[in-house]
Design a protein around this ligand. Structure first.
Ligand code: 5GP
Ligand code: MN
Length: 344
C-alpha cells in the first residue's frame, strides 16, 4: 500500500457506509473523456456487484469511441433527462464525483449535487479541489482518476472482485490520461495496476483499438484539413496552435470528440513545447492547452481563459469571438508571459 499516491482519511467509516445497500449516483465532468467515463463505469460495476443501486449520470454526451464500455447503455445523460437526473440526485444516499473537483465543472447538475442531502465522495487528480465532499480520495500525483478508483477498491480489499469489463473501463482511463503511457505521470504503480487489470482479464489490445481505431472518414479528413490549414506556429516562439471555426465543423460533420487529441500534434513538432487548440462553439470558444516539461499551462488557462487542469494538459473557455480569443493568446505568447516561459 506504500505506493498509493493518496489515501482516504476516513476510510473505515467509508467502508462501513458501503456495508448496507445504498442508492448511489456517480457523476463526472462535462464532455467526459475516457478517464472520466472509464473511472465512473469501472466504479459503477464494482458497486453494483456489491449490491448497491447505481446510476452514472454524465452532464453531457460523450464521443462514440467510448460507448463500448460495460454499463454504457445504462448511463444517463443529464442534458435531455433533467427530471430523471434530478430525482436520482435528490434521492441518492451517496454521490460520487469523479475526475473533477469543482462543482461548476458539471454545469446545472452541480447545483443539484450541491443541494442534495446525499453524502458526497470526491475522487480526483486535478488541482485545488473544492471542499464539498465528506469522503475524499484526491491526489495530483495520480495519473488518472481510474488509478484512484482502482486504489480505493484495493484499499477496501476488493480488487480481486473486479471483472474483465470493469478492468477494461479502468484501463481506458489509464491508457488515455497517461497519453498511452508516455507522460511523466506513468509510474511503476500505474504499470502495476495495468498488470493487475490484465490479470483480471482486460483485453488491452481491444481497448486501444476501440478508442483509437474507430474514426469516421470525416474525422480523418478533418485531421488532415486542420494540419494543413488550421495549424499556426507563432514565429520566434516554441508555441503552436490550431483553430476550428463553426464553418469548419459543419464542413466535416463534426461530432463530439472529433477534435480530441488534435492539440497533441502541435507538441509533436520539433522544438514546440506549447500547443493550443481553439474551437468555435455557437456560444463560446473552447480551448485546450498542452505543454511539455515545466510549463504550467493550467496557470495560463486559469488566469486568462477561465479554465484550469494539469500542468501539462489544461483547458478553458471564453465568451469572446474566436478571433479575439486567438488574438489574446498570441499577445500573451509574444509578451512571453511568465506562465509560458518558453525558450526561444
Ligand atoms: P482537455 O483539453 O482534454 O479538454 O482537458 C485537459 C484538462 O484540462 C483536463 O484535465 C480537464 O479537466 C481540464 N479542463 C478542460 N477544460 C476545462 C475548463 O473549462 N475548466 C477547467 N477548470 N478545467 C478544464
Ligand atoms: Mn482524468
Amino acid at each position: 500500500h506504500l505506493l498509493f499516491t493518496s489515501s482516504m482519511q476516513n476510510l473505515a467509516a467509508f467502508k462501513a457506509l458501503l456495508e448496507l445497500p445504498k442508492r448511489i449516483v456517480i457523476t463526472t465532468h462535462v464532455k467526459p473523456d475516457a478517464d472520466a467515463l472509464g473511472s465512473s463505469l469501472g466504479l459503477a460495476g464494482y458497486l453494483l456487484k456489491q449490491g448497491h443501486q447505481v446510476c452514472v449520470i454524465t452532464p453531457t454526451d460523450y464521443p462514440k469511441f467510448l460507448n463500448w464500455m460495460e454499463g454504457n447503455d445504462d448511463v444517463l445523460i443529464f442534458e435531455g433527462n433533467e427530471e430523471k437526473s434530478k430525482y436520482l440526485v435528490e434521492n441518492a444516499d451517496l454521490i460520487f464525483c469523479l475526475d473533477f473537483s469543482s462543482l461548476n465543472r458539471i454545469g446545472e447538475l452541480g447545483k443539484m449535487v450541491a443541494e442534495s442531502d446525499a453524502e458526497k465522495v470526491l475522487i480526483d487528480h486535478h488541482l485545488n479541489p473544492e471542499t464539498f465532499a465528506k469522503y475524499v480520495l484526491w491526489s495530483t500525483e495520480a495519473a488518472a482518476t481510474a488509478e484512484l478508483v482502482y486504489d480505493l477498491i484495493d484499499m477496501l480489499g476488493d480488487s480481486d472482485k473486479l471483472t474483465k469489463g470493469m478492468a477494461e473501463a479502468l484501463y481506458a482511463g489509464l491508457l488515455t490520461d497517461t497519453g498511452n503511457f508516455k507522460h511523466p505521470s506513468t509510474t511503476p504503480h500505474v504499470h502495476n495496476i495495468v498488470a493487475s487489470l490484465m490479470e483480471l482479464g482486460a483485453d488491452v489490445s481491444k481497448v486501444s483499438h476501440k478508442i483509437y481505431d474507430s474514426n469516421s472518414l470525416d474525422r480523418m479528413r478533418l485531421l488532415g484539413f486542420a494540419l494543413n490549414e488550421r495549424l499556426e506556429i507563432i514565429e520566434g516562439t516554441n508555441v503552436a496552435y490550431f483553430y476550428l471555426t463553426l464553418e469548419d465543423k459543419k464542413r466535416f460533420k463534426y461530432q463530439t470528440g472529433d477534435s480530441e487529441g488534435l492539440v497533441n500534434y502541435g507538441l509533436a513538432i520539433e522544438g514546440i513545447n506549447v500547443s493550443a487548440i481553439f474551437i468555435e462553439d455557437p456560444d463560446k470558444v473552447k480551448i485546450s492547452f498542452r505543454s511539455f516539461g515545466d510549463i504550467p499551462v493550467n496557470e495560463l488557462s486559469r488566469k486568462y481563459f477561465n479554465g484550469g487542469g494539469h500542468k501539462n494538459a489544461a483547458g478553458g473557455a471564453t465568451d469572446d469571438s474566436l478571433e479575439d480569443t486567438i488574438k489574446l493568446f498570441r499577445e500573451l505568447v509574444t509578451k512571453q508571459t511568465k506562465e509560458l516561459n518558453y525558450e526561444v
